[in-house]
Design a protein around this ligand. Sequence first.
Ligand code: NOJ
Length: 558
Amino acid sequence: MMEKQWWKESVVYQVYPRSFNDSNGDGIGDIKGITEKLDYLKELGIDVIWLSPVYKSPNDDNGYDISDYKDIMDEFGTMADWEELLAEVHNRDMKLIMDLVVNHSSDEHAWFAESRKSKDNPYRDYYIWRPGKDGREPNNWESTFSGSAWQYDEATDEYFLHIFSKKQPDLNWENETLRHEVYDMMNWWLDKGIDGFRMDVINFISKEEGLPDAPNPEGKKYAGGGQFYINGPKIHDYLQEMHQEVMAKHDILTVGEMPGASVEDAKLYTDPNRKELNMVFTFEHMDLDSGPGGKWNFKPLRLRDLKENITKWQTGLHGIGWNSLYLNNHDQPRMVSRFGDDTRYRVESAKMLGTFLHMLQGTPYVYQGEEIGMTNIRFDSIDDYRDIEILNMYKEKVVEGNEPHDKVMESIHVKGRDNARTPMQWDATENAGFTTGTPWIQVNPNYTEINAEQAVQDENSIYHYYRQLIQLRKKNPTIVYGDYTLLDEENEKVYSYLRTYHDQKLLVVTNFSAEELNYEVPAEITEGELLIGNYIDVEGKLEKTIALRPYESRVYIG
Ligand code: NOJ
């Protein structure tokens, strides 16, 4: 029998502080700004806040490059502000989890400043240094943010590894002292009273012995390398050690961000008997609309691929580990623009997607602005973008390569991370009420219509619908613990599934298209009452045929 846990029954809300709420008019969101909005989050009904990094950082990658793990970024405020935030979160009976970014630090971290000084510096081995090979980099691995994953450093005539930007050198987890520095730091935050960690690319921390070249049949300058550092040889040892040193002493939520983790990997990471993590963020469903060329090479999503993938995770982890549920975050496009219709059926499709996700087994994550149906942004000029991944890719493809500006801009409009990073839209006043100054990235001009103030006032808004979804989960153990069966697998337009717990059944029917369709209810459920639906005028009883309107979703309980 599945063990009950508070983190299985919780809904998490992700705050990306830079874009959430600016309290001092410098154009950058900050910690006091978050504290000001806690009542809004409490009203929504969420249980846990995940705070993207607020630590000291030169902001090469918006805080995912940390120069001091135990201090707060100046633009975001002070440690006293953060302590006030934590206290106010707890006063409202919510919890706070922090982002743990320990695959890499900033190159401005004191450890790295020491490490680069000399080959015999005590901190040298905290990072991954290698001499060059045949006049070039130690291997052919490519950085996630374009170019080589190695940076030459003159002081010692060696290269250091950086899977992300060159200002994010990878930490060397082979080094036991470094590992214990990390565990001590985690315990230090836990002693301050936090409730868990979201762990950034945590399945990248163990690198293959010898750091071998990646196969490169196309003869490219740099060629991936992920197979040598994703789910690497010692990853489970490290996580078990971390568990023993940190997690075993606290009742906390842990979620590992894990690109390239399969459901088989996730069973190992999340089986409680193995003492590693509570849950992982899979990327598989985020990659279904990517072509062979990766994320920028997008293609339309086939609903059947989504069904196949979600079903694999739902059934694969059932009774073994635990799923996290998300359709967007600060690295992904806005879900309503990507999987719904962000113009004509914006409200309907956002509610439908919320229904689809919140009725699954797992812990749902809401990304800021999702609850009001915020949409992607289209800036015409590359100069309006801020994300290092976008800017490096544009430089490589357009400035240094031959690809046409328009084609690359289109891929940025569809897949770029800044889609999720435009400021939270609070009201219809200038800059969406996010700041009284000049925002660090432009506000989406649709804020005059799409904003939290409007959503809170309108009882039929996405926001109020999300409140209901969240309340239903709290009242209904079938939503949390029930098992999952996919229905009507072949249907290309409607995703439907059944949840069963003891003798209760839940039928979830979601129309992923703008068409009107007749849905024949499968024999698995014959009677039911409507639990929630995204159109207001629906009859209560389950009928044999459901006439679905564009992006309509219904949940019946029987
Ligand atoms: C994943 C984070 O979510 C992303 O924003 C960041 O750029 C990379 N990891 C590197 O830390």
